[in-house]
Write a new protein. Structure first.
Length: 136
């Protein structure tokens, strides 16, 4: 009978250990997803360098390309956040396009490491004769 209790306690301990490791691993890998209004309101919850995702629409007229990065503003209609994208943007990146950025606050602006274009699943075939012009 003593042996059986020992085995049950051992199994219970292993299960508790697995659960604890799983929970701690998940909590350290969570990346929050915020819109500009939420990110502005929760600024104190995300100190400089803490990674989170920012989703919004690239504001028309704010796109500025430099040798090292791309600067623009993102909005959700309620708040606007200045962004610097340090890596190459996706192919369809442009003003007025919804984006999902991953990065962190740095010196009062959002420094994005990656950008993903958000779009719906509907693909429309361009009308004949409206193909993009080729560069010479």
């Amino acid at each position: 009978m003593e042996h059986r209790k020992f085995v049950l306690f051992g199994i219970g301990g292993v299960v508790a250990l697995v659960i604890a490791v799983t929970i701690s691993g998940l909590s350290s890998n969570i990346t929050y997803y915020l819109y500009p209004t939420e990110a502005s309101q929760q600024r104190a919850d995300f100190p400089d360098g803490e990674v989170f995702r920012l989703a919004g629409l690239v504001v028309d007229g704010t796109l500025q390309e430099t040798d090292d990065d791309l600067r623009f503003d993102v909005t959700d209609g309620g708040a606007t956040i200045s962004v610097v994208l340090v890596n190459t943007p996706p192919a369809l990146f442009d003003e007025g396009v919804p984006v999902l950025l991953e990065g962190a606050w740095t010196e009062g602006m959002f420094r994005a490491e990656t950008a993903i274009i958000r779009h719906d699943e509907n693909y429309e075939v361009p009308e004949e004769g409206n193909a993009p012009a080729e560069s010479p």
